[in-house]
Design a protein around this ligand. Sequence first.
Ligand SMILES: *Cc1c(COP(=O)(O)O)cnc(C)c1O
Length: 243
Amino acid sequence: MMERSSTDKASQLKLNAAELLKNVKTSREKSPFKQEVTVCAATKTQSAELINMLPDLGITTIGENRVQELLDKYPLIDKDRFKIHFIGHLQSNKVKYIIDKVDMIQSLDSLSLAKEIDRQAKKHSKIMNVLCQINIGREESKSGVDPDKVEEFLLSIKDLTSIKVQGLMAIPPICEDFSVQKQYFQKIMQIFIDIKGKNMDNINMHILSFGMSGDYCQAIECGANMIRPGTALFGKRDYNKEN
Ligand SMILES: *Cc1c(COP(=O)(O)O)cnc(C)c1O
């Protein structure tokens, strides 16, 4: 297959972004929560050139998955115009490379990672925003805290003063049948509301990040206030291309 030219990709991105923002608006209106929604563009495999177009299209938060890829792109991104989130699985020994570069780590999934983020944040006199990732479908292939252990996990990290929990993140299982998927969405929302109601010290619960290209409309209708679309913005990813 021929590589699409970069102008094609740019004009496609413009169209896709407009379409996506329109759908976000419609879904918000349908949502009983009428929440504000932040679009965090999942930018893995995408070029800095394309990423840099996003703010003019109304998208100012991006999420990267891999440490090395983030470090490669970092010098090329218009950092003043973006919030950069880390959304992929993060190994503790790599926290030091990104601690001064990201505004939020959405993929906090263990106490040892929390301790390392806290330690590195202190070194940089910074408070790192994090989301607690929940493995809502209890899938082997996905990381995240067990849905029944979220409160216990948050209690275990509440004294780490250089991290600030701002909410929850999940990657729900893909289900053919939306009524099944909806149960996962509602479960995430329930955990979010329960934890919020507990008003735990040092734990904020205002961001709820779930919904990707295939399900962001339904996610918003079920209460997500941060979505992470990739393909819906950029088209199908090309993993073979060297970044
Ligand atoms: C890749 C990725 C996305 C975006 O997936 P799409 O299906 O392309 O929208 C969202 N969240 C995470 C954590 C991802 O790794």
